[in-house]
Design a protein around this ligand. Structure first.
Ligand SMILES: [Zn+2]
Length: 89
């Protein structure tokens, strides 16, 4: 019986040590992963920044927009046509 408890405690001790080491490794990996994830989130944020075309009102990512003199257009053609309000005048 004493032998069984001895082996059981060694088994449990081994499990605890393995778990602690695994957690440390996971934390380290998570730390590295977090750094890369943060830059990914930053680029995602800039990609998600939506702007509105002054001519047709279409919403599109800023990176895909045509921007002239603080005005945003969905295409070169709409930049050429100008804003709708200006077109009516
Ligand atoms: Zn447009």
């Amino acid at each position: 019986m004493g032998k069984a408890i001895f082996w059981l405690s060694i088994f449990i001790g081994g499990l605890v040590i393995t778990r602690i080491l695994a957690r440390k490794a996971a934390q380290h990996a998570a730390g590295v992963h977090f750094a890369t994830q943060r830059t990914a989130t930053n680029s995602l944020k800039t990609a998600e920044q939506m702007v509105r075309c002054e001519h047709c009102g279409l919403h599109l990512p800023r990176s895909e927009a045509t921007i002239t003199e603080n005005q945003v257009w969905c295409s070169q053609e709409h930049a050429r046509l100008g804003a709708k309000q200006q077109q009516r005048v």
